[in-house]
Design a protein. Structure first.
Length: 321
């Protein structure tokens, strides 16, 4: 700074809480770590798909020896394979069993719950309308539970034009990481089309998704810019950016501190910061430090709820260190 330059303007950083890792993500990462750290391990630990949708998590585990594969055909017969937190279809489970793979299933229990609902609804003769994003791994897994009884939709328009032969037996399920407000609109449109529509017993959108959206909304109300840490393929993280946008606040998804564009900060007094369910708290610390290098920063936490959810490790790794 030269003597005639104005000192950098002090800024407030509003830290959304809850943010970053959810219980399902912690459980999935921990499962891979337990396998990697198993005493006397000589064989590789394979992971089908990204264990969670975060480039840093995947790169970190790969550095420690995890081998990420797209499909089971890349896993040698008899080897150990971890199923990602997003879940798998029964077809993938069957293939693993046929190949005698040692499976460690890191599917989040809250995704497993949606799979059970799909089986139950299909068994009672319903057509299931699954609300979710085509091609997402979680959706692929849930669809696989009852492929002949399930239709996938994403928007209220698709709901309004849906044709189902027996409209007295229709139920719906959702992906766990959708936007709460948008999903309510889709359900409303479905209910208008199918008045006898049956809902799942509880919300399929999980506690972590809901809490992170409410928290980011609260900081977006006061901020001139919102940053969400997460990877581009992370559904819940992308939804958080959209929630901030819908509040009228410019918002960006960044993988880490290197993604910050200094131009975004110009004229901004209050920055909102959060992280998706698959982004680590360590990345949040790094981003706060990086933002501090642009000028004085006062950090305030805005807590909208306190989470205390934890899940036991998958059975095969429960007793390991
Ligand atoms: O894309 P996404 O939000 O479903 O997954 P991500 O791995 O980013 O976050 C954890 C959420 C899971 C595993 C779905 F339940
Ligand atoms: Fe489980 Fe929700 Fe986390 Fe997905 S976002 S892993 S459903 S807790």
């Amino acid at each position: 700074m030269t003597p005639d330059q104005a000192p950098p303007k002090p800024r407030t950083l509003l830290l959304a809480s809850p943010r970053a890792f959810c219980a399902g993500v912690e459980r999935a990462i921990d499962a891979v770590e337990r396998l990697l750290d198993a005493p006397g391990r000589t064989e590789p630990v394979y992971v089908r798909k990204q264990i969670v949708h975060n480039t840093h998590v995947v790169a970190g585990l790969a550095r420690r020896g995890a081998v990420f594969v797209e499909e089971l055909d890349a896993v040698p017969d008899g080897a150990t394979v971890v199923f990602s937190a997003h879940g798998v279809s029964p077809q993938v489970r069957d293939e693993a069993a046929e190949r005698q793979l040692a499976v460690v299933d890191a599917t989040c229990p809250l995704v497993t719950k949606v799979h059970s609902e799909a089986r139950r609804f299909a068994a009672r003769g319903d057509t299931i309308v699954l609300i979710g994003h085509a091609g997402h791994e979680e959706v692929e897994g849930t669809l696989g539970e009852a492929p002949n009884s399930t239709v996938l939709i994403e928007t209220p328009e698709e709901a309004a034009s849906l044709e189902i032969a027996d409209d007295s037996r229709v139920s719906y399920l959702t992906q766990t990481t959708l936007a709460v407000d948008e999903t309510a609109d889709v359900v409303q449109a479905l209910r208008a089309r199918f008045p006898l529509l049956q809902a799942p017993p509880g919300d399929d959108i999980c506690y972590a998704t809901t809490n992170r959206q409410l928290a980011v909304e609260a900081v977006a109300e006061r901020a001139g810019l919102v940053l969400v840490i997460g990877s581009a393929n992370s559904s819940n993280s992308v939804r958080m950016v959209e929630v901030a946008h819908r509040r009228g606040t410019p918002a960006h998804l960044i993988d880490d501190a290197s993604g910050i564009d200094p131009a975004w900060l110009e004229g901004v007094d209050v920055i909102g910061l959060s992280a998706g369910a698959s982004a680590s708290p360590a990345l949040v610390t790094e981003v706060i430090e990086a933002l501090g290098r642009f000028g004085p920063l006062t950090v305030e936490e805005r807590i909208t709820t306190v989470e205390d959810v934890t899940f036991a490790p998958p059975a095969p790794v429960r007793t390991r260190p």
